[in-house]
Design a protein around this ligand. Structure first.
Ligand code: CMP
Length: 223
């Protein structure tokens, strides 16, 4: 649990008290953890692997976030009894989750104010990102949204000082389209353009950003 930032700030004695209430589960790639609209009484911490958070209906799907180890989800339905899941959660690869029930999570919040601050901080980061997504969808074209998304995915990892990086999760064109709010055909066309310009290289669904500085510069130039 010490690898999860959320637990790093918590008094060790509190963690000791909670450990018996915490269970863990390893899911396979493609497993659904819950569906949008489900009742929700648990919060999930990602010990390893990654999880896609998305909304969908019969014909459309929008990926809200890819979460990775150290992050958590499911806190929204948990905060208010009766609230349902605001999105669907699906494992992108084999994923180990640590799970806490509402009552035990509430105990954690009541006993340690660092937890409440941590939650607030995390929620604000998500709101900031959601606001940014609204801006991008309103004002930026698909090419710029794609460049931004690629940089965002890479920046989830410690890439400081690097100019080249392979995003270590397999991503299809369809998934990229669902992340930037574009049709698959449009997303593929833009990805091909970026490959032709030598900015990225895609092999076996792994995205190799070949020149991060130049990608950032393009964003500034074209925005
Ligand atoms: P909950 O509503 O319980 O179930 C879906 C979860 O997805 C939600 O809690 C959050 O933990 C997470 N989630 C919802 N929207 C976003 C978002 N825009 N970015 C990241 N995570 C989100």
């Amino acid at each position: 649990l010490a690898t999860i930032p959320f637990f790093r700030d918590i008094e060790p004695s509190l963690i000791d008290r909670l450990t018996p209430y915490m269970h863990h589960k390893t899911h396979r790639k493609g497993d659904l953890i819950f569906l949008e609209g489900d009742q929700g009484n648990e919060i999930y911490f990602i010990g390893s692997g990654s999880v896609s958070i998305y909304s969908f209906d019969k014909s459309k799907k929008v990926i809200l976030a890819y979460l990775r180890e150290g992050e958590y989800f499911g806190e929204m339905a948990l905060m208010k009894p009766g609230m349902v899941r605001s999105a669907t959660a699906e494992c992108l690869v084999q994923t180990k989750l640590y799970i806490l029930r509402r009552h035990d999570f509430q105990l954690l919040i009541e006993n340690d104010r660092n937890i409440a601050f941590h939650l607030l901080d995390y929620t604000m980061d998500r709101l900031r990102r959601a606001n940014q997504q609204i801006y991008d969808l309103t004002f930026l074209n698909v090419r710029l949204r794609m460049i931004k998304q690629l940089l965002y995915l890479a920046e989830n990892y410690p890439i400081e000082g690097l100019n080249e990086f392979v995003i270590p999760v397999k991503i299809t064109h369809q998934q990229m389209a669902e992340m930037v709010g574009a049709a698959r055909e449009t997303a593929s066309k833009v990805l091909q353009e970026l490959q032709d310009e030598g900015l990225i290289h895609i092999q076996d669904k792994l995205f190799h950003l070949k020149d991060i500085k130049l990608l950032r510069a393009k964003l500034l130039q074209e925005e």
